[in-house]
Design a protein around this ligand. Structure first.
Ligand code: 2M8
Length: 444
C-alpha cells in the first residue's frame, strides 16, 4: 500500500477498533469513554468512511446533554473501567437537577467544536449519493435544536460580562489541561481539606509518567471538581465561589466560528430569528477575541478573571484569532508569519515544521509533557481548517502535508515530541486517526 492509503486504512481501523458500537472511546485504554470535543473530531473522521456512524457519534454525545443545554465534557460508558475520576466522583444527578440520571456524565464542558463537525459532515455527505445526503440533512435538522440549546447555554451562563470571553471554571474545560497558559490561575487554587483520597489511573497507560500532568496538578484538578459539586454545577454560584475562573480566548474563538456555522444552518432551516441570534453570539465572541490581542507578541491572551490579569505565556491558544476568522488582513498576515516562523513551526530544532502546543522560546516549554510543548495533530487540523476558511491555502497545505508525513509512523499518537518526532501519550488516539482521514479526503 502507498503511504496515504496505508495511513487511511490504519486510521479507519483504529476508529472501528475504538468504537463500542455507538460511541468512540477517545483512546483505547487511557480514555475509555466519550469526550465531547473528541466526539466531534471523531465524527468528522467517521464521516469519510461511514456517514451513519458519524451521525450516531454525535447523537450518542447529545444523549448526555443537560436540561439547561450544558454539553458535558465526558459521557461515560457504563461498561468501561480504568479512568478516574468516574461517575462516582462527579455525582452529577445527585448535585444538579439539570443533569440526566442516565447516561452518567461529568459536570464541566469542552470547547464547542460540534457545529463545525455538523457542517463538515454535511459537506462530506454532499459528495455522497443523494439518499445519504437527504438522510444527513434530515439528521442535521434533528440535532439543530440541541446545538442551539448548547450555544444558548454558553452565551447565557459562560460569557463573562466584563471581557466578553467564555468563562471556564476548570482547566479541563479548555481541553488544553496543563498548558502553561493556566499556571498563574492554578497557582491561586488552594486545595481544601475536603479533597477525598484518590489514586490516579492515567499514568500507567503512557510509556513515561512525565508525559502526563504532575500529582500536584492533579490535586488541583480534583479539588476543582469538588468545588463544582459544592456549587451544584451552577455557573452563577461558581462565579462567587470558584477559585479558578479564566476567560479563554481559544474557547471563545471556537464559539465564534461555530456560532457562524450554526447560524448558517439555522438560515437553511428557515429559522431566521435563531440565525440572527447566533450571528450576534458570533460577532460578540469574535470582538472579545480581537480585543485581547497582545500588541507585543501578536498573540491573543487569556484573562485570569479573578485578578483581571492578562495571561501572555506563548501557547498555541494565542492563535485564537485565526480560528475565530474574520480578522483584519494585517493581523492575519502577522499571525500566519508568526505561526510559520522560528518561534513556532519553523523552529530550527524541529523534526517537522509543525506548531507545538507551547513556543520553544517560552520558559514554560517542555517538549515531552502533554500540553506544555508537544505537537498535537488534532490542533494542527483545527488550524488547517481555519486557514482554509480564511483563504490561507498555502499555509494550510504546508501544515497538512507536514502532519501527514509525521502520521506516516502510523502510531496515531495523542501528541508528538517536536524535536525527535517521537510519539507520546496514548497511541491509537481516536481524534488523531480522525483528522488524518479528513486530511486524506482532500486527496481524492
Ligand atoms: C485530555 O483530558 C482528560 C481530561 O478531560 C485527561 O487528561 O484525563 C485532554 O487532552 C482533552 O483535551 C481531551 O479531550 C481528553 C481526551 O482525549 O484528554
Amino acid at each position: 500500500m502507498t503511504g496515504s492509503l496505508s495511513i487511511a486504512a490504519r486510521a479507519a481501523y483504529i476508529l472501528r477498533d475504538n468504537s463500542t458500537g455507538h460511541i468512540t472511546k477517545a483512546a483505547p485504554t487511557l480514555y475509555p469513554h466519550q469526550w465531547s470535543w473528541d466526539a466531534a473530531f471523531n465524527a468528522i473522521g467517521l464521516a469519510t468512511t461511514d456517514l451513519p456512524r458519524a451521525r450516531l457519534e454525535l447523537d450518542s454525545l447529545f444523549a448526555g446533554q443537560w436540561r439547561n443545554g450544558l454539553l458535558p465534557h465526558i459521557v461515560f460508558d457504563p461498561t468501561a473501567d480504568g479512568y478516574w475520576p468516574g461517575p462516582a466522583q462527579w455525582e452529577c444527578a445527585a448535585h444538579s437537577e439539570e443533569a440526566p440520571s442516565l447516561p452518567a456524565t461529568s459536570g464541566i464542558i469542552d470547547p464547542p467544536v460540534h457545529a463545525i463537525a455538523v457542517d463538515r459532515i454535511l459537506a462530506v455527505a454532499a459528495r455522497a449519493d443523494g439518499e445519504e445526503y437527504s438522510r444527513t440533512l434530515e439528521w442535521a435538522a434533528g440535532i439543530y435544536p440541541k446545538l442551539l440549546a448548547w450555544h444558548r447555554f454558553l452565551a447565557r451562563d459562560r460569557a463573562d460580562k466584563e471581557t466578553g470571553l467564555m468563562t471556564l471554571f476548570h482547566g479541563w474545560e479548555s481541553g488544553t489541561d496543563n498548558s502553561p497558559r493556566w499556571d498563574a490561575p492554578y497557582a491561586g487554587v488552594e486545595v481544601g481539606p475536603g479533597l477525598p483520597r484518590y489514586e490516579r489511573k492515567d499514568k500507567v497507560h503512557v510509556s513515561d509518567a512525565a508525559q502526563r500532568p504532575t500529582d500536584r496538578e492533579y490535586d488541583r484538578y480534583l479539588w476543582l471538581v469538588e468545588e463544582a459539586k459544592r456549587a451544584s454545577y451552577d455557573a452563577g454560584l461558581l462565579r462567587q465561589t470558584g477559585s479558578f475562573q479564566v476567560g479563554d480566548v481559544l474557547f471563545t474563538a471556537i464559539f465564534a466560528c461555530a456560532s457562524d456555522l450554526l447560524a448558517a444552518l439555522a438560515a437553511r432551516l428557515s429559522k431566521r430569528a435563531d440565525a440572527a441570534e447566533l450571528k450576534d453570539y458570533a460577532a460578540q465572541a469574535r470582538a472579545a477575541v480581537f480585543c485581547h490581542v497582545d500588541e507585543a507578541s501578536g498573540l491573543a491572551a487569556d484573562v485570569d478573571l479573578r485578578s483581571g490579569k492578562w495571561l501572555t505565556t506563548e501557547t498555541i491558544a494565542g492563535f485564537a484569532p485565526l480560528i475565530a476568522g474574520g480578522m483584519p488582513l494585517t493581523l492575519r498576515r502577522r499571525l500566519v508569519s508568526l505561526l510559520l516562523g522560528e518561534r513556532w513551526a519553523g523552529h530550527p530544532s524541529f523534526r517537522y515544521a509543525l506548531p507545538p502546543s507551547t513556543s520553544p522560546c517560552s520558559a514554560a516549554y517542555n517538549p515531552a509533557c502533554y500540553w506544555r510543548g508537544p505537537v498535537w495533530p488534532v490542533f494542527t487540523w483545527l488550524l488547517t481548517w481555519a486557514l482554509v476558511r480564511s483563504g490561507e491555502y498555502d499555509t494550510a497545505a504546508a501544515l497538512r502535508s507536514a502532519s501527514l508525513e509525521q502520521l506516516g509512523d502510523e502510531t496515531f499518537a495523542e501528541y508528538y515530541h517536536p524535536v525527535t518526532g517521537a510519539p507520546l501519550g496514548s497511541l491509537n488516539q481516536s481524534w488523531t486517526a480522525a483528522v488524518a482521514l479528513d486530511w486524506l479526503l482532500d486527496e481524492e
